[in-house]
Write a protein that binds this ligand. Structure first.
Ligand SMILES: NC(=O)c1ccc[n+]([C@@H]2O[C@H](COP(=O)([O-])OP(=O)(O)OC[C@H]3O[C@@H](n4cnc5c(N)ncnc54)[C@H](O)[C@@H]3O)[C@@H](O)[C@H]2O)c1
Length: 323
């Protein structure tokens, strides 16, 4: 395998932390590019000696030159672009959301083009689809019509089209991936972070209320991170976007998995029986055709591992004992 230097944007976030962890475990040169400085998600899942191997570049994705300098400094051969503002933050500040999510993504493609990289892997989202009642199929097929109904989804759709035009005009290939509800250690912000917050509450022995219900696609963060890395290493000619499926289950099933891992919590995790407006889940046949076998941690195991990780971190004082 020729030398690989990975640059991960937004790698102080939940998914990024797990991507970094896996790359470091594989002894790959890894550079984090993030606006933030708090390493709490990385510290939750990595040992200090592992973290010491990571290069950190603090910078703002919206600044074209800053990002290019970082890609140059990292001598990046691979880019995984994850930095973004999530649904509530885009809603609260749409111009900033557009700057980070849309302009920031253009900056990633520009930098990749200037550095002569062959391809980019980036995070899109199931939010590019419309409301579930706008479709016949319960699980979104790969090519289902996009009809985003949040600004976040609109910005993600713009990114998918940006990627398509960079392939058309410049031959810069890309693989976009559309997660749904990522759960696991480090998932502490965004619309669908409450199931993971319920797991943290269970680890603390506290009651918790999840403010929605219904079915959605639950995806263990370690699996999603590995899929992003797998995609970055898969030579691709084109610009396409792939759904991730995970376990399409009801919020009630997640609560049952929490109770199975922590029987003392029986009846203490509750939910509103109001589904999210997004589709129930998405088909991943196209992704499997592209990548072959992909990791899949069953829900019960993913939830149990998450609670275990939180308990260890609570015991080590790496997480506050109370909210
Ligand atoms: N978490 C999910 O369930 C989910 C679902 C679908 C899609 N996604 C997408 O996956 C990606 C990763 O999600 P996550 O849950 O890890 O997000 P996160 O919110 O935990 O992390 C995002 C990171 O981006 C960084 N960032 C924000 N603005 C920046 C800027 N201007 N310059 C540089 N860095 C900046 C933040 O500091 C943060 O570390 C995002 O693109 C998100 O939209 C996530």
């Amino acid at each position: 395998m020729s030398r690989q230097n990975f640059l991960i944007t937004g790698a102080l976030g939940c998914l990024g932390a797990w991507v970094v962890r896996k790359l470091v475990q594989d002894q790959i040169n890894t550079t984090v590019f993030d606006l933030g400085t708090h390493k709490h998600r990385l510290e939750l899942i990595m040992q200090p000696d592992e973290l010491a191997q990571v290069r950190f570049i603090q910078g703002d994705l919206t600044q074209t030159a800053t990002l290019l300098e970082a890609v140059e400094a990292a001598e990046a051969t691979h880019i995984i672009h994850l930095a973004a503002l999530q649904v509530p933050f885009c809603k609260a500040d749409p111009p900033l959301g557009a700057a980070v999510n849309v302009v920031g993504t253009v900056n990633v493609f520009e930098a990749a083009k200037k550095m002569d990289l062959k391809q980019v892997v980036y995070a899109s989202s199931v939010a590019v689809y419309g409301r579930k009642d706008e479709y016949v199929e319960p699980l979104m097929p790969h090519q289902a019509r996009r009809r985003p109904h949040t600004l976040y989804g609109v910005y993600k759709q713009a990114n998918e089209d940006t990627a398509r035009v960079y392939w058309q005009d410049d031959g810069l290939a890309s693989i976009g991936l559309r997660p749904y509800t990522i759960y696991g250690p480090g998932r502490d912000q965004g619309l669908t972070s409450t199931p993971t917050q319920a797991m943290l509450a269970a680890a603390r022995g506290e009651a918790f209320h999840i403010p929605y219900g219904g079915k959605n696609g639950f995806q263990y963060v370690d699996d999603v991170a590995k899929i992003f890395i797998q995609a970055a290493r898969t030579p691709f000619a084109g610009a396409d976007v792939f759904n991730i499926k995970g376990d399409v289950v009801h919020v009630q099933d997640v609560i049952a998995a929490i109770e199975a891992a922590e029987p003392a919590m029986a009846g203490q995790i509750t939910f509103d029986d109001q589904p999210l407006s997004f589709p129930d889940g998405a088909e991943d046949t196209a992704l499997r055709q592209l990548l072959g076998e992909i990791p899949h941690t069953p829900l019960a195991a993913g939830v149990a591992q998450t609670i275990d990780c939180f308990k260890t971190a609570l015991a080590d004082n790496r997480l506050p004992k109370n909210n």
